[in-house]
Every structure is written in C-alpha cells, then in structure tokens.
Design a protein. Structure first.
Length: 482
C-alpha cells in the first residue's frame, strides 16, 4: 500500500506540470473585441430658432428648478424616492448586478466539502464475508475551467455590458418620471387656469343676463335678447364639468406617480396657482451632447456590446475546453483511524472536452450572433436619429409656442376692451346685442386659448429638456464605480 502511495505522489508533479502548460499556452479571447460605434451627428442644430438658445450644455441640471416653483420641486423629489416604476427599475439593477457576480464567479475554482457516513453489509451468498461495516469519509473537491479561449471572459464582458444597460434603463425611467410629474403638474395648473377663465366668463354673462332682463322689463330689450343671453350663460356653464373631470384625473395621476393612493393629493393641489413660466434663456448644448446625455442611446450602445461579446462566447465552442479537477480527503471504517496517513486519498488532473462535430449548429449559432450584432448596430443608429429628431421637434415647438403665447396675450387684452366697449354701447342702445355676445365669446375663447398656450409653452420646455436627456448627471455611474 505504501509503495502505491509513493508511486502516486511521484506522478503528481507531472500532472501539475501538464496543467501549468495548458494554463500558460497563450490564453486568448476568440471573437471580436468591442469597439464603440462611430455615429456622425451634426455640429449644430438645424432648426431656424436654434439661435434663440444658449449653446452651453446645461441639460444635466435639475431643469425643473428653472420654473422657480417649490411645490413642483417637492413633487419631483418625492417621486424620485417613491415612484413604483422607478423602484422596479432599481430592483432590476440589483438583479443584474447579482447576475454579473454569478458569471464572474466562473473565473475562480469551485471548491466544496463532501462527507459520507455509510453502513454496509456484504452478502455471504455472493461470496463475500457477510461482515457489516460503517464507512466514514470527509474530503474536499475542486474544479476549475481553464479559460484558454476566453469563453468565461467573454461571458463576463456580456454580463457587465448587460448590467450597465439596465443601469441606463433605470436612468431613462428616472428622466421619464421627472418629466411626467412636471407635465402632469403643468396640466393641473392649466386646467385650473381654464376653469378660472370659464368662471370669469360665467360671472360676466350673469351680469349680461341681469342687464338684458332689466332692459326687457323697461321695454328696452327684446325677449330674444334675454333668451340669447341665457343661452350663452348656460353654454359657458357647460364647459365647467369637463374641466373639473380632467383636473381630478390629473391630480389622481399625480398621486399614482408619487406612489400614493388616488385622492391623497386633493387637498395639496386643489388650490389654484399660476402656471409655472419657463425661463427665456434655455440652454441646449450641441447635438453631440445627446450621445452622452440620453440614457436610451447609452443603453442601445451597451446592448450592442452585449451581443458583440456573445459572438466570442459562440466561437469559443469551436475550441476545446480544458478543466482541472481534484479531490482530497480521508476514508476509514474506524473513526479513530479516519485522519491517519493510511486513510487519505486524492486525485488531480486536467480534462478535455471538444465538440468536433455538431452538424453545423455551432457555426450557425455564430451566424446568429453576427446577425444580432448587425441588428443592434442599426438599432443604435436609429436610436440616435430618433433622439435628434425628438430634440429638433421639441425645440421648434417650444419657440413657436412662445411666439403664439405673445400673440394670444395681446388678443386677450384687445378682447377685454372689445367686451367693455360693446357692453357700454349696448346699454346706450348704439349697437345690437349680437355684438355683445360675439365679443364675450371671443374673450372667452382667447382667455381659454391663452391658458392652454401657457401650459403648452411650459410642457414644450419640459419635453425639450427630456429630449436632451436632462435631469441627471451622466457621470454619476462613473463616480459610483470609483
């Protein structure tokens, strides 16, 4: 027995030497190394109104604070910590961080402990002694895949890029939540402004109904004029319920965005406030900033990196896989002799697995991955074009609506004067009552349009900064890694 043990130990250095040669023989990673795509973007924005913006890049700022509305700031702050979509995306980040850890663990040997306790009796009828024994064993087992052709390394590359893509997805959700909260807040204030315009118009028409009624009493107005005044009043009153419905829906939507039950924000948001006014000196940077700012573009780039790494994983199946495994432990019938020199055992050595024929499945899988890489490259380019298009359109909408807002403000001032003059002339019997009705309708329409235009201007400012990828610091991921 001892002679055999000495023979095994003499062979051990040869086994280790062979394993070392395998590990040191030019380990490489098959498949293409990832290179970031080079997509050309314009040097400047093409919109005619681009000159109205500052060229400096301020998209990473907390753009909502430019409205100078503390309530809006508070709502966005609460949403950033309690929105359920954002919480779900953060949990997904944790999931893919752990997935990366799982794959990274394949770089290291797997070591385990095994123990046995076996009671056994041999059969006398089968020619054995018929003795009953209890066998005890305790040992270590280890296995390690030698990553000679980079299958594990490429798997880690893919998992890391996947993890980073999910991080960008979380950032995209965050930008979306910030803009949705702000847009919903603007809608709430816009509905309130429109309700205010409706109520003001109703009060004016109630006064006209009183005036026409008084004039009819003294024979100065016809019954038709009274009916027309009452019809105009009822028509204006009918505009109020739909606006109240929309206001209630917007407030309930805001509650859900903040992770609250519908109705919980009624008291906070029911009081009317002015529509926030966006700043006049918006900064948009240059088109190239979008590649760095927008998480959807960054995510598309990381997804391209994932598929590129998977090409190497597929190609690694064309080459042999080497593993090194071993075990060491003790076995004995008697517990007192378990850890004696005569009770030890061991085994160690490399193994080879090479799929030399697969019916073309490996080559076809490589072709699949090559095609996926091309798809992701096209998707990345398409995402960039979509982002540029969204930014250009938002820029145009913001500037044009700002001009429209100025015209409507002048229209409202003129319509108020028209109503005042027509009503005074009607009292004097110098104009028909139809002039009064038309001027009142024109004032109501212009005031309602002005409220909507103010809301549109603020919403377009929000959409512009969301299109630029504003509202977060793209360097935060790098900072968190350090």
């Amino acid at each position: 027995m001892r002679g055999k043990e000495k023979l095994k130990f003499k062979k051990l250095p040869a086994v280790l030497t062979m394993s070392a040669v395998i590990m040191l023989t030019g380990c490489t990673s098959v498949g293409p190394d990832y290179v970031s795509p080079d997509v050309k973007v314009p040097e400047k924005w093409s919109g005619e109104k681009a000159g109205d913006f500052k060229a400096e890049n301020r998209a990473s700022e907390q753009w909502w604070k430019l409205f100078n509305d503390p309530m809006l700031d508070g709502l966005i702050k609460e949403a950033s910590s309690s929105n359920l979509d954002l919480k779900e995306s953060m949990a997904r980040v944790d999931e893919y961080r752990s997935r990366l850890g799982v794959v990274t663990g394949d770089r290291y040997p797997a070591v385990g402990i095994e123990g046995d306790l076996l009671r056994q009796r041999t059969s006398e009828n089968a020619g054995y002694s018929g003795v009953t024994n209890t066998y005890k064993g305790l040992g270590l087992e280890a296995g390690w895949e030698i990553d000679l052709f980079g299958r594990v390394r490429r798997s880690i590359e893919a998992a890391k890029a996947n993890y980073e893509a999910v991080q960008e997805d979380k950032n995209d959700v965050m930008i979306s939540i910030n803009s949705r909260v702000a847009l919903n807040y603007i809608k709430i204030r816009t509905y309130q402004a429109r309700l205010s315009a409706s109520n003001s118009n109703i009060e004016l028409q109630q006064e006209v109904v009183r005036i026409t009624g008084s004039r009819f009493k003294y024979g100065l107005a016809t019954a038709l004029e009274v009916a027309q005044a009452e019809q105009a009043l009822a028509s204006s009153e009918a505009t109020v319920p739909p606006l109240r419905i929309q206001l209630s829906e917007a407030i309930n939507t805001m509650a859900v965005l903040l992770g609250r039950n519908p109705g919980e924000l009624n008291e906070l948001l029911s009081e009317q406030r002015e529509i926030p006014v966006p700043p006049k000196d918006a900064a948009i940077g240059v088109p190239a900033d979008i590649l760095r700012q927008r998480p959807d573009i960054r995510r598309a780039e990381r997804q391209l990196a994932v598929e590129t790494a998977r090409v190497g994983i597929a190609k690694a199946d064309l080459y042999p896989q080497f593993s090194l495994s071993g075990s060491f432990g003790y076995q004995s019938v008697a517990s007192r002799n378990l850890f004696s020199s005569g009770g030890n055992y061991f085994s160690i050595g490399p193994s080879l697995r090479w799929n030399i024929f697969s019916g073309g499945s490996i080559l076809n899988q490589i072709d699949v991955q090559d095609a996926l890489v091309r798809q992701k490259a096209i998707q990345y380019e398409n995402t960039v074009l979509g982002a540029l298009n969204e930014a250009e359109n938002s820029m145009t909408a913001y500037t044009e609506d700002s001009m429209r807002l100025g015209y409507l403000e002048k229209t409202v001032e003129a319509s108020k004067k028209t109503v005042e003059l027509s009503l005074n002339l009607y009292k004097q019997g110098l104009v028909d009552f139809e002039n009064v009705l038309n001027s009142q309708l024109s004032q109501f329409i212009s005031e309602d349009s002005l409220a909507q235009a103010r809301g549109d201007s603020a919403e377009n400012f929000i959409r512009l900064y969301a299109a630029l990828g504003g509202g977060w610091d793209p360097d935060s991921i790098v900072k968190n890694k350090k």
